[in-house]
Design a binder for this molecule. Sequence first.
Ligand code: FES
Length: 357
Amino acid sequence: MPKFHSLKVRDVRRETPDCVSVSFEVPPNLKPEYEFVPGQHLTLKKTINGTEVRRSYSICSSPTQGELRVAIKRVAGGQFSVFANEQLAIGTDLDVMTPMGNFTIEAAPEQVKHYVAFAAGSGITPIIAMMKTVLAVEPLSHFTLFYGNRTTESIIFRDEIEDLKNEYLTRLSVHHVLSQEDIGADLFFGRIDQEKSRRYCTRLLDVADVDAFYLCGPEQMIFAVKSTLLELGVEERQVHFELFTTPGESTGVTNKAWVPTQRLSAAKITLTLDGNTFTYDHGQATETILDAASKTIADLPFACKGGVCCTCKAKLLQGEVEMEVCYGLEREEVEAGYILTCQAHPKTETVVLSFDE
Ligand code: FES
């Protein structure tokens, strides 16, 4: 079960005019709870102007660095990201959830692999954690990065990426793609779309030689690159992706297209959380299970409420639900019966689920 603890901000570093990275002090007794795998994220909680705000940010440090650090890009009108970019200071206490997320790489010294990542904007955050980890832990593996930004100035972690290139000259390839700055090469001017990704995958890579692809950025880029990869014969299981959005601030992907089916039902919900079982009437079928349950149960786990972060994941033990969107769960998790309660509506009169499994 994910859990919040109050952690002190240890460092705030400006990465670009629009992005800071923030590291936390983790007291020794909490260290095991904050162990993470590259690609995971932290949810931060703060009351701003009387409203509780939760936002998830990917961890940009590698477990090999002994540091817990996230990057926070300013989003126009985004309450938390503006606060973090303008006011967050060393020594501030923040509620930080234990690491979550399954967009991850399991690095192991004996592995010999070629990883390829496509990132855009702050989508680099989980990718750089993966990249640093693979390069440090797997001495025979290679990593190729295609990284889209507007201009050179907006490239997050530009210096750190350069340093990595210098340190791992033969094992790291980085291709910057800029949409508002022509660096004299047509191939790298514009956005990473279907046509561009096809050119990269046929001219600069042998996709048959790649073990895994990691995509992180806006929905459009992810779906464009994914369809290119599938067309080129890459298997779906080799393609991993995460929308870089922080829902509530900038998703643009949530439930706008969702239309409930006629089969939605008012229901009796039985829910287990932290060993305690609750039963309540879910009267309004169009309300999500998370929202309805929050009226009677305190401290339900959630962050994005956009179907992305998986913090609200629970296992469906009985009954049926309908989800509006489900970006965060892997196919195997859905097959195993997991649901995102922030997106789920009851379809049967009885629904039994557990946050503990
Ligand atoms: S709260 Fe993030 S997926 Fe439900």
